[in-house]
Design a protein around this ligand. Structure first.
Ligand code: ADP
Ligand code: MG
Length: 252
């Protein structure tokens, strides 16, 4: 079942063609990775799909319904959640309060309902469980400003996962992480996928891509230049060259 799909997405910034007729789909329980050189349009694609920007042309569907013009908050209420390449936490708040923000758009526990004492209790329980799932239960009361880079990225993941998303959209979630934190993020992506969440992942670490992606889309200068089953895309010499990877060793 297709969770999110897009056809003919186009986006220009002045003379720059950031998206050039991009088609994409992500199914329930599938990880689709978007790779490509810096400036190839990966973040712009995620911004278009999550309502952060309204593309110049194209159509976006969520669960088969047209959401092309839907703004980010409406998409969040319908289960489209994301993290940002540059990280966007509320610095003066603790980890728990940052994760509670992720419940604001939840149809059951969100917005004004948080004022109801029994809803507030349930929200807190869900937020603590989400922090537990990313290994940060014991840091719930820490101000995020004092956490390590890897811990902060995990708080962002907890905030994205707390409201049981339909699709999780991640922009370079392992950038700057230690190997241990990278593996923790990889395992969280796999766990979400195994629960049936659709995952759209922009990732520069191609070992992670190879480990988690079912399908891969390769962007160059805004256009899809390759795509398909992860293993064959990563073996493609043209893709490896474009993404700065060493050539695959041919058996003698
Ligand atoms: P990537 O995430 O693949 O590195 P981006 O999507 O961030 O690439 O950028 C694609 C192209 O669009 C780049 O040339 C970038 O400079 C340009 N671009 C992205 N966002 C904007 C913007 N808000 N205004 C002007 N140009 C932008
Ligand atoms: Mg980017």
């Amino acid at each position: 079942m297709t969770t999110l799909s897009a056809t003919g997405l186009r986006q220009r910034f002045g003379g720059v063609v950031a998206l050039d007729d991009v088609d994409l789909s992500v199914d329930h329980g599938e990880v689709v990775a978007v790779i490509g050189p810096n400036g190839s349009g990966k973040t712009t694609l995620l911004n278009a799909l999550t309502g952060i920007l309204r593309p110049d042309a194209g159509r976006i569907e969520l669960m088969g319904g047209d959401v092309t013009a839907a703004p980010a908050p409406r998409l969040a209420r319908r289960g489209v959640v994301r993290t940002f390449q540059d990280g966007r936490l509320l610095e003066s708040l603790c980890a728990l309060d940052n994760v509670l923000v992720g419940l604001h758009a939840d149809p059951r526990d969100g917005a004004w309902r948080g004022w109801l004492p029994w809803v507030a209790r349930r929200r807190r329980g869900r937020a603590i469980a989400a922090l537990d799932a990313v290994g940060l239960r014991d840091r719930w009361s820490a101000r995020v400003a004092v956490l390590s880079h890897g811990q902060r990225r995990r708080v962002e993941l907890a905030r994205a996962l707390v409201a049981d998303p339909r699709i999780l959209v991640l922009d370079e979630p392992t950038a700057g992480l230690t190997p241990e934190d990278t593996h923790a993020v990889r395992d969280l992506i796999v766990a979400a996928r195994n629960r049936g969440v659709a995952v759209l992942l922009v990732e520069h670490d191609l070992d992670i891509v190879g480990a988690v992606a079912d399908r891969i889309l390769v962007l160059d200068a805004g256009a899809v230049v390759a795509g398909g089953v992860a293993r064959s895309v990563l073996a493609d010499a043209r893709v490896r060259h474009l993404c700065g990877m060493a050539a695959v060793e041919q058996p003698a």
